[in-house]
Ligand binder design. Structure first.
Ligand SMILES: O=c1ccn([C@H]2C[C@H](O)[C@@H](COP(=O)(O)OP(=O)(O)OP(=O)(O)O)O2)c(=O)[nH]1
Ligand SMILES: [Mg+2]
Length: 155
């Protein structure tokens, strides 16, 4: 069952449509660029989206890159995914970077540059302890479970 949460939104640019889910079942609302930009290889830009939101308590929104831009152009978010706090009332911005080594990437006003995923988040109440409970993983990580290959691959 899909859960819906009501999010108040202010449009800071009346000419841009509200962010929308491109298809039923999509998790991210596509965000539009309020301004264009030209990103040389390796260059980044903080682009305004023309919207500000008020999330209910216990929620956050995450500015995720779009996989099509990443795959075709090497364009992603620098801080991906960026975190929008429930208390943030400013314009949502997208920290875009062109990681392509040779191609310049042009953003036009109105382009869909990133997607906003709204999620419930738990706020941690930190209980300081001297030792943590045992677990199967323990303190292993960073590839400790094996290599990257599938069945039969060398570890
Ligand atoms: O991709 C992003 C990431 C953040 N923000 C806005 C909303 C967020 O609530 C605020 C602060 O973000 P964050 O906490 O990640 O940045 P910070 O560097 O820790 O700044 P601050 O000291 O203001 O918390 O900036 C965006 O518009 N887009
Ligand atoms: Mg912060």
């Amino acid at each position: 069952m899909t859960q819906h949460v009501r999010v108040q939104v202010r449009r800071l640019d009346p000419e841009l449509p509200l962010p929308a889910y491109a298809r039923p079942g999509d998790a991210g609302l596509d965000l539009f660029a309020r301004e264009g930009a030209v990103l040389a290889p390796g260059e980044r830009a903080l682009l305004p989206t023309g919207i500000a939101i008020a999330l209910p308590d216990g929620h956050a929104a995450f500015v995720h890159p779009r996989s099509g831009l990443a795959t075709r152009h090497g364009v992603t978010t620098v801080n991906g995914p960026g975190t929008v706090d429930a208390g943030y009332r400013g314009e949502i911005k997208v920290n875009l970077i062109n990681t392509d080594p040779t191609e310049t990437f042009t953003v036009s006003r109105g382009d869909r540059i990133a997607q906003l995923v709204v999620q419930q988040v738990a706020l941690a109440q930190l209980d300081e302890v001297d030792s943590l409970p045992d677990s199967v993983r323990g303190d292993t990580g960073h590839g400790a479970s094996g290599g990257f290959g599938g069945v039969g691959a060398t570890p």
